[in-house]
Design a protein around this ligand. Sequence first.
Ligand code: AMP
Length: 241
Amino acid sequence: MHNDACNNCSNCKIYNKCALVFVGPPGCGKGTQASFLQKDYEFVAFAAGDELRKEIASGSELGLEIKGICDSGGLVSDSVINVMVDNFVAKTSANRLLFDGYPRKVSQAEALDEVFAKDSDWLLEVCYFQISNESIADRILHRFSCAGCGCVYNERTARPRVEGVCDKCGSKEFSKRNDDNEESIMKRLETYRLMTASIIDFYKERGILNIIDASLGFAEVSQQVEKVVKCVLEKLFEERR
Ligand code: AMP
């Protein structure tokens, strides 16, 4: 993060566009915070898991190929997910992007660097959602979402205000993810430890890692995320005019 000292530096660059990367174990709450930034700060999000689930739901050949991997908690190949990211960045005209669940490996982080290397107007910043494995397993096992709008709830801690009716869209249909079961959660946490945790150091060395205490409630976590967002937006040309 550019700090106060850097803000005073005459060489400090002003950017036209920013990309936020959300890194953290499954169930750390990054998807919920991504929704908040989309709504309140007009970020356009690429949610890797959602994109893959869409592909699976489409019944395409690729969807069939990746279904087993996603359900069991492994990672789909870089070639599949990197193409989706390339397409997303190429198609969007938004200048505030958010990557939720991508990158998940150093090789993907390097691929994302290459995407942004094509255009020096991008400012990249990372939020790392830190939380213990015990809290995560509990959160994931009890989560469910609205089948209409995808709004996420928790059987114990965040039920809809009116029982059985989505707060956001009024739908009465809810569903649980195929991979939100104990066996898959253990595999996803292991995959995270083996493959994803190393990108924390990758971004830390670059000086763009912001640690978020994700063990707290929604409002407290949002406050931390907002602090990072405000620092990032200060570096954008549009905010300086
Ligand atoms: P998520 O919704 O982020 O929990 O992702 C659900 C599943 O999609 C993961 O357990 C992986 O199987 C797959 N997935 C999500 N993001 C990636 C990624 N960046 N690379 C490879 N596989 C991914």
